[in-house]
Design a protein around this ligand. Structure first.
Ligand code: NAD
Ligand code: GLY
Length: 358
């Protein structure tokens, strides 16, 4: 099984990637002397698909296991869900020698991570991501969060897991929309940090949606490695980690003005192209690199322009989200494929121009 290191001194850990990572986790638990008591947190969908089976396997291996599930959906990434989990955990006398296993997509990873990081001031956490997006992005790096009112992801902690196990075989049951969401983030990872990954994605564009086996594993490994490298350099998001937000400023605005009727992947795909156009207009990125990015996004079945969205609403949403200083906002710009930076030189006028042109 392939291991990718997140290097954070005493809090360093590995992300393991492979087709039988869930089975191999049991060997790891024994080797790491993780203790006998485990709590699996999952949602109702993943419970049926993988949760009950994992619980049985762990019980047969001699662990004491409790399993708690929350309903499926972003709406349940909440303080209410966290509160219910605290209660359920205290009822089974979970303590700091109990290890939490977060089995699910990014919603479960963020919620369970938040609960693990706050229950009794922190209990050991292992992330078991089951979506493509969570395997390449959200499970790595220790950002945990719940939503609170209008504050999306704003109530949270930095709480690193002890290990991450990405079992690629569970992706077989993932819906096409969530595969696309994962590929949007994978393309982002390639643009900000791995030119070779961009080349692999470009050579295999037609196969991406149905990718499996060695190709999918290679892609996941490379994208996860980009995230691990960035987090290792800037755990608390004060510098280079900002680049993981490429495409997200405009992407979040698109999600907001369309009341989340557009998927996250589609929204950040449009956001990445807009960021690329801005970069070209500022003469930071060569036009042929933008063309390559547009071709890849299009080939992956993701949208490349903000058609069908009210541009004035979109611009207002960006203006409200971003604090402008002297008419400019902080924005992540690709410089070339494989390198991006945070720039505070992007003017609101330029953003308006790019949105109107598309
Ligand atoms: P998700 O967790 O909602 O999962 C998507 C859907 O797939 C859900 O319905 C889920 O039940 C289902 N599912 C999960 N695994 C499955 C499987 N193997 N087979 C079939 N269905 C499966 O969504 P997501 O895209 O994984 O994550 C999005 C969340 O991640 C958002 O809340 C976002 O804020 C967060 N996020 C966090 C970070 C971070 O650094 N912490 C980074 C990016 C995104
Ligand atoms: N926004 C994703 C991350 O910083 O981990």
């Amino acid at each position: 099984m392939h291991a990718i290191r997140v290097s954070l001194g005493a809090r360093s850990y590995n992300t393991y990637i492979g087709a039988s990572a869930l089975d191999e986790m049991i060997v790891h638990l024994r080797r790491a002397k993780a203790g006998n008591r485990l709590i699996i947190i999952t949602n109702t969908t993943v419970l049926e698909l993988y949760g009950l089976r994992l619980k049985e396997t762990l019980l047969s291996a001699g662990f004491e296991v409790s399993l708690f599930s929350v309903p499926d959906g972003e709406g349940f990434k909440s303080l209410e869900s966290a509160g219910r989990l605290y209660t359920e955990m205290s009822e089974v006398f979970a303590d700091r020698s109990t290890t939490m296993l977060a089995l699910g997509g990014g919603v479960i990873g963020d919620l369970a991570g938040f609960v693990a990081g706050t229950y009794m001031r922190g209990i050991p956490l292992i992330q078991l991501p089951t979506t493509l997006l969570s395997q390449v992005d959200s499970s790595i790096g220790g950002k945990t969060a719940v939503n609170y009112g209008r504050l999306k992801n704003q109530i949270g902690t930095f709480y690193q897991p002890r290990a991450v196990f990405c079992d690629t075989s569970v992706l077989k049951t993932l819906a096409a929309e969530h595969i696309s969401n994962g590929f949007a983030e994978i393309i982002k990872s390639a643009v900000i940090g791995d030119r070779e990954l961009f080349g692999i994605l470009t050579r295999h564009t037609a196969e991406l949606q149905a990718a499996d086996g060695q190709l999918l594993e290679t892609i996941i490994k490379r994208a996860a490695a980009v995230k691990a490298r960035i987090v290792s350099r800037d755990e608390h998001d004060n510098g280079v980690r900002n680049t993981l937000n490429l495409g997200h400023t405009i992407g979040h605005a698109i999600e907001s003005v369309t009341s989340f009727s557009i998927s996250h992947g589609a929204a950040i795909a449009m956001g990445m192209v807009a960021a690329g156009r801005i970069s070209v207009m500022m003469e930071l990125m060569p036009p042929h690199e933008l063309e390559a990015l547009i071709n890849l996004i299009d080939g992956a079945g993701l949208p490349t322009s903000v058609t069908g969205i009210n541009v004035a609403d979109l611009f207002n949403a960006i203006k409200h989200d971003k604090k402008a200083t002297n008419g400019s906002v902080k924005f992540i710009l690709p410089l070339r494929i494989g390198r991006a930076v945070a720039s505070d030189k992007v003017t609101l006028d330029l953003i308006a121009e790019v949105l109107t042109e598309q």
